[in-house]
Design a protein. Structure first.
Length: 134
């Protein structure tokens, strides 16, 4: 998460402040790189209309509180997947982007576009890390 957001994921106060202030739209480009995704895919995962996302990037606008919260959520999911894959970024990205039957044939990246879906992905990662049959 630090590579994407620039803040220690354990510093909840700093994360909360960033969310409340609204992250810079430039963080979207770091998410694209972290997920190996297109702007369109990131827009879908963040539930931001693509035209709005492009305008925000072009004008370097601040994201809303809700959008910033969703960016933090996707960054957290990426960190968890990276830990699950023992630091293998390529494996983590491949896992996050591939449809999973257990997630209704959605990729973890897409499934995590809501808080409920993100919790489901986090739970699945936890079960995989601890060897619990899913």
């Amino acid at each position: 998460m630090h590579a994407i957001i620039g803040v220690d994921p354990e510093d909840h106060g700093a994360l909360l402040s960033l969310v409340r202030e609204g992250l810079s739209a430039s963080v979207i480009r770091r998410l694209e790189i972290a997920y190996g995704a297109t702007q369109s895919e990131i827009a879908q995962a963040l539930r931001i209309p693509l035209t709005t996302l492009r305008r925000r990037l072009r004008q370097d606008e601040q994201l809303t509180v809700d959008e910033s919260d969703r960016v933090i959520r996707l960054a957290r999911i990426k960190d968890l997947a990276l830990g699950m894959m023992h630091g293998d970024d390529q494996a983590a990205v491949a896992w996050l982007r591939a449809p999973r039957e257990i997630l209704g044939n959605e990729s973890p990246m897409v499934r995590a576009n809501t808080e409920v879906g993100a919790r489901e992905v986090e739970d699945l990662i936890g079960r995989i890390r601890h060897g619990v049959f899913s």
